[in-house]
Design a protein. Structure first.
Lengths: 195, 114
């Protein structure tokens, strides 16, 4: 069964630039694997900067440089969705990240597998996110998170992508008969014609 | 009081009532951010009038790092006894956004962009 939420492009067109796949291994403790997120986000941010130089601007004028998101912004965005994927993934499943240029949009997406409890919690958060004004929810979640004793999921990272980086978020949830796990694709779409 | 690793260096200078943050913070979980929370809260307890948080030399902060700092701002706000001043770089968009979000949570916070 497939469920789609938010702004999700099912068939990505345009230039497909990169897949980075992270294979979990029992040899490396989880806290060490966590460091891979920042390293990978750094690489992807550098990589995207290089490719953007050669992209034709929307106006058709080859001499006009395209203003793109800063390297730090891309690093933050990719690091955030990698961290979320790693935090909530099944221990023995790979996490995959891709970067596409789809028309005038930069698309970053992660795919990870997670258990039923995480799936339900995430769906509840997405439902809240899609039915409330993001800026108000962002501030409210900051206040709730400050008051919370335990580390309950606040979704503040994803909210920061929407509120601080003007990103559009979408998700695809896929379930399979032979497995209790759900495959979740998180998609972040950003315009590359402006920041 | 200070926290120092290969990735970041955070120092509470009690003589100038200032916490200076340098480097990149990409820690995993509230447990890993607990030492930073403790340093921030200790500074807030020690100071009576004003405390300055200087993030100009922070290169990167992940969302949990931002949450740790917003939690600290809310704690100081709720105390109602301490003036909080935060200094960031005006040319660094994420720092500008960070300070503006702090100010949304604590309108009386002094935001300095240099």
């Amino acid at each position: 069964m497939i469920q789609i939420f938010g702004y999700f492009i099912e068939e990505l067109h345009g230039e497909y630039l990169k897949i980075v796949s992270f294979m979990p291994t029992p040899l490396i403790p989880r806290n060490q694997r966590w460091k891979v997120n920042g390293l990978s986000a750094n690489f992807i941010a550098d990589y995207v900067q290089i490719f953007s130089v050669y992209l034709p601007p929307a106006s058709g004028d080859m001499n006009v440089p395209i203003p793109i998101l800063s390297k730090n912004a891309i690093k933050y965005i990719t690091n955030e969705i990698l961290e979320n994927a790693m935090k909530f993934s099944d221990a023995q499943q790979a996490i995959q990240m891709t970067f596409h240029l789809h028309g005038n949009q930069m698309i970053f997406q992660t795919i990870h597998s997670t258990n039923p409890q995480n799936t339900e919690n995430f769906k509840k958060f997405i439902h809240t996110l899609l039915n409330e004004e993001p800026e108000n929810l962002y501030i409210r979640q900051m206040e709730s998170h400050a008051a919370a004793v335990d580390g309950t999921y606040s979704g503040l990272g994803l909210l920061s992508l929407i509120c601080d980086y003007s990103a559009k978020l979408g998700w695809k949830f896929e379930t399979f008969e032979q497995s209790p796990s759900t495959l979740i694709t998180t998609m972040v779409s950003l315009p590359y014609s402006g920041s | 009081m200070e926290l120092k690793t290969n990735d970041y260096h955070i120092v509470y200078h009690q003589n100038i009532a200032t916490i200076i943050c340098k480097g990149s913070l990409l820690l995993n979980g509230t447990l890993e951010y607990a030492p930073l929370s403790q340093l921030l809260n200790k500074a807030a307890q020690e100071e009576q009038f004003q405390l300055t948080l200087d993030v100009r030399q922070l290169d990167f902060l992940n969302s949990l790092g931002i949450n740790t700092m917003t939690k600290f701002v809310i704690t100081v706000r709720n105390k109602q006894t301490l003036q909080l001043r935060v200094i960031g770089q005006g040319e660094v968009p994420w720092q500008v956004k960070l300070l503006k979000n702090f100010q949304r949570l604590m309108p009386e916070l002094a935001m300095v962009l240099e």
